[in-house]
Design a protein around this ligand. Structure first.
Ligand code: OKP
Ligand code: ZN
Length: 387
């Protein structure tokens, strides 16, 4: 522990800690090189890049948490492999068998850009098990804020298929564990720049899990991702209204994200009254990400972290699981994650300044779009009628 002098006493308190769950074995998922995420070498490029979902990104998140200004607020814990039986709380036996079979045969590209290579399956089981351990830690009352630093990511993985670099739905498994452990209502906010279609799909017919996703308006990207992420994908049966999609225009930025959180996310969580909260984070919503166009900066990340922590304090006795997803700028993703966690810790002054933020923001268009989504939700979603 560092001395408390550098930090205001209000933020450096025994229970204002983030419990980080991590295991080195997740670095062994090697997604290879090629043209961006294709794994392809066209022959005419001298320099092929690493697949965006590579170990370096997570190495920098790890080191910024160990050696960055947030380090006194971090408590470290080991992850673990998930058991095959545990996977069946979210995924079908048939799909899990497909993955085991693919691994046994030496690996393959399961769907576009999604490479299960030798070593990947163990890393995948570690990501799932480590996320389950983080949730178990909260359920057992050993801490309020836990962060599962995991890869491969999970939020596109559906009960029956892989999608978008994801094989197993780490967050979805943790949500199901919370329900099975007696939680009555779990709220999931996904701020990765892509639609959390896998998590949405897993709980599409449930009114016990409110899934909210802020994302780029990317639509379906093929058979592995049949969902569109549009505002009318609201859930089905008793789950109707309990999946809220917030597709935002390119370049939405900090102000637009703040507006969407205040006007759409906060009122929905207030009506829902969750007793457990999950924040699914991907720093690919940043201004410098090769996989997104949403233009968040560290400041926007910090604000979202702070707001969600406030919601957790109010409804879930502070209990908040944070699960790592995308984020592909090897430097800025680490800085943005640092900023998000600063917000969760509710620090009074930023601990780390932004090394690169600059973009001209035009907030007026995103705000019109958010107002239109709000009107639609109020008219369509029963539990939001008078939100
Ligand atoms: C994973 B996560 C199809 C384009 C698919 C996949 C992006 C996966 C992102 N050719 N793009 O949400 O950061
Ligand atoms: Zn993403």
């Amino acid at each position: 522990m560092a001395s408390g002098e550098a930090f205001p006493s209000s933020s450096l308190q025994a229970d204002n800690l983030i419990h980080v769950f991590w295991d080195e074995g997740m670095l062994k998922h090697d997604t290879g090189t090629g043209v961006f995420d294709t794994g392809m070498d066209p022959g005419f490029l001298d320099v092929l890049e690493k697949h965006p979902e590579n170990a370096d990104r997570v190495k920098n998140i790890l080191s910024i948490l160990k050696r960055g200004p947030i380090s006194p607020f971090i408590s470290w814990h080991h992850g673990r492999l998930a058991l095959i039986s545990e996977l069946l709380s979210f995924h079908t036996q048939e799909y899990v068998n497909e993955l085991i079979e693919a691994d046994r045969n030496g690996g393959k590209e399961i769907c576009g850009g999604t490479f299960l290579n030798p070593g990947s399956w163990d890393a995948t089981l570690l990501a799932a098990g480590t996320t389950l351990s983080a949730m178990q830690h909260i359920i057992d009352g050993h801490g309020k804020f836990a962060y599962a630093l995991v890869r491969p990511p999970g939020h596109h993985a559906q009960p029956t298929q892989a999608d978008g670099y994801c094989f197993l739905n780490n967050a979805g498994l943790a949500v199901q564990l919370a329900l099975d452990s007696g939680c009555r209502k779990v709220a999931v906010l996904d701020i990765d720049v892509h639609y959390g279609n896998g998590t949405a799909d897993g709980f599409y017919r449930s009114d016990k899990v409110l899934t909210i996703s802020l994302h780029m308006n990317h639509g379906s990207w093929g058979p592995s991702h049949p969902q569109s992420g549009t505002i009318d994908e609201l859930g089905e049966g008793v789950g109707f209204g309990y999946n809220l999609n917030i597709p935002l225009p390119n370049g939405t930025g900090d102000e637009g994200y703040g507006y969407a959180v205040q006007h759409l996310v906060v009122p929905a969580i207030e009506k829902f009254e969750p007793d457990m909260m999950v924040l699914v984070v991907g720093q690919d919503s940043s201004a410098f990400d090769p996989n997104g166009r949403q233009c968040l900066t560290m400041e926007g990340c910090r604000d979202i972290g702070r707001t969600i922590r406030g919601m957790a304090d109010k409804y879930s006795n502070g209990r908040l699981l944070i699960v790592q997803e995308g984020g592909y700028h090897v430097t800025y993703a680490a800085y943005c994650l640092h900023a998000t966690l600063e917000g969760v810790l509710n620090v009074s002054e930023p601990l780390l300044s932004d090394p690169i933020a600059y973009y001209p923001e035009d907030a007026s268009f995103p705000i019109k779009v958010i107002e239109a989504i709000k009107k639609y939700q109020k008219e369509t979603v029963p539990f939001l009628k008078d939100a």
